[in-house]
Design a protein around this ligand. Structure first.
Ligand SMILES: C[S@@+](CC[C@H](N)C(=O)[O-])C[C@H]1O[C@@H](n2cnc3c(N)ncnc32)[C@H](O)[C@@H]1O
Length: 207
């Protein structure tokens, strides 16, 4: 798939399906909220949700009083769905329609959050582009939380092939400047009751 076909793919997914019916839907982003708490991110931190789609993570963080929130996604309709859900609260968030593999952050964030995006980057140059954005976009001592399909997770999502990881292989992708501080598994249950094994990792920026 070319880059523009990928943009189109994701836009079509969000145009065709209600956000509550996609396999990755979760009513409450429990793993993310627990990890932010455990690794001592607070409402004073800045956070970017990379490939945030129509996730309600941002809703939960607004409710907790976070002031500096950005949601980036390649699919404009995904962000439109979140804005519609949030109503006037949407003004509290910065929204970026961009492809993370070519995006150049203009600032740094204390927290970089990615649930189920990095695993779609099956080409080395896509991962190189992602790492370049990560390196420019994460503050010194910043926290990086990434969830991918685990080694026993699905081989495809949304009709696209994925690369599956465990903490060691994801840490190898992140490189020397990001220290793995924890890795854990989650069994995500889709809206139709199927189980998907996720690999969650937290990294601290060290270099
Ligand atoms: C499986 S969904 C996960 C959405 C969200 N993180 C969540 O947990 O609900 C993957 C998301 O990544 C977005 N995406 C895929 N490739 C991307 C890219 N290269 N740059 C930015 N977003 C991308 C898709 O539009 C989609 O919203």
């Amino acid at each position: 798939m070319t880059r523009s076909e990928e943009d189109g793919h994701w836009a079509q997914v969000y145009e065709a399906k209600a956000p509550t019916t996609v396999s990755w839907y979760q009513e409450t982003p429990e793993q993310s909220l627990r990890a932010l708490d455990r690794f001592e991110a607070t409402a004073c931190s800045s956070l970017i949700d990379v490939g945030g789609g129509a996730s309600s993570l941002v809703d939960a963080l607004i409710e907790q009083g976070w002031q500096d929130l950005t949601v980036l996604d390649i699919a404009a309709p995904a962000l439109a769905a979140s804005k519609a859900r949030l109503g006037a609260m949407a003004e509290k968030v910065r929204w970026e329609v961009a492809d993370i593999t070519i995006w150049r952050p203009r600032r740094k964030y204390d927290v970089w959050h990615d649930r189920a995006v990095f695993h779609f980057l099956t080409e080395p140059e896509q991962r190189e582009g992602y790492r370049s954005a990560l390196s420019r976009g994460v503050a010194e001592d910043g926290l990086v939380i990434i969830a991918t399909f685990a080694l026993d997770g699905p081989e495809k999502c949304s009709g696209l092939p994925v690369q599956r990881y465990d903490p060691a292989s994801l840490a190898a992708e992140m490189g020397d400047g990001f220290q793995l501080i924890d890795g854990w598994l989650e069994e995500h249950v889709t809206p139709w009751g199927a189980s998907q094994s996720f690999n969650w990792c937290a990294f601290r920026r060290t270099g």
